[in-house]
Design a protein around this ligand. Structure first.
Ligand SMILES: Nc1ncnc2c1ncn2[C@@H]1O[C@H](COP(=O)(O)OP(=O)(O)OP(=O)(O)O)[C@@H](O)[C@H]1O
Length: 204
């Protein structure tokens, strides 16, 4: 479902990671690990098609990918329900009732998103994943601001509703999500500096 082959990617013109290869079948996920700055966000953005790779390939069914960054991506002036409806409509879908239960949003349905706490906003941001119907998810620190209960809620949704329905996911996180999935430490894949001087060479 997702095939990453000999990927080399850069940030700000500087090579960050190289020789990254892995594959995920439907129902499988991969946790990305590594210290701050190793390139987890860069890899996720490259796989999601938000920036081109320097070399290598990323393959998954067209239109099936979705990237969620550190940011919640919610609209403050809309209610919780209006936010989810907005995202569902963009993807030509309706909001499944299960999205509210999965992220404990029932009691917050009519609240303006701008008035939610940081963790509640995060739950709403994650609930978007349940309404957009994308099967290949690239998630960057999805549990930022979440308490332990909400982390478990997210992990349950990921395991049962997403992976359990044949989706797959690549998740960058520093915490233990409690998911029984393999982890890929990116440290061995840090790119060697370009022989021609890297990004600076472009300005010489
Ligand atoms: N806009 C940018 N321009 C130039 N370099 C950048 C830019 N954004 C990030 N970098 C650099 O690219 C490298 C990889 O950053 P990236 O954000 O992918 O790491 P990360 O593993 O996701 O880090 P963290 O765990 O802190 O989120 C880092 O050295 C970072 O300083």
């Amino acid at each position: 479902m997702l095939q990453v082959t000999d990927l080399r990617c850069a940030r700000g013109g500087v090579p960050v990671l190289e020789r990254v290869s892995f594959a995920l079948n439907p129902g499988e996920a991969m946790i990305l690990r590594g210290p701050n700055g190793v390139g987890k966000t860069t890899l996720l953005r490259t796989m999601a098609g938000l920036q081109p790779p320097l070399s290598g390939t990323v393959d998954y069914p067209e239109g099936s990918g979705a990237y969620a960054s550190h940011a919640d991506g919610i609209k403050s002036a809309l209610t919780v329900t209006e936010n989810l409806t907005f995202w569902a409509q963009i993807h030509d879908r309706s909001v499944p009732e299960t999205a509210y239960a999965a992220f404990d949003l029932h009691d917050l349905r009519d609240r303006l998103a701008g008035t939610l706490s940081a963790g509640q906003k995060r739950r709403l941001g994650l609930a978007r994943l349940a309404v957009i119907g994308r099967s290949v998810l690239f998630l960057d620190e999805p549990t930022v601001s979440l308490d332990n209960f909400s982390v478990r809620m997210f992990a349950d949704w990921m395991r049962d509703a997403h992976l359990g329905q044949g989706g797959c996911a690549v998740i960058a996180t520093h915490i233990d999500l409690g998911l029984d999935v393999p982890a890929l430490d990116l440290t061995p894949y840090i790119a060697a500096a370009d022989a021609d001087g890297g990004a600076d060479a472009a300005f010489l």
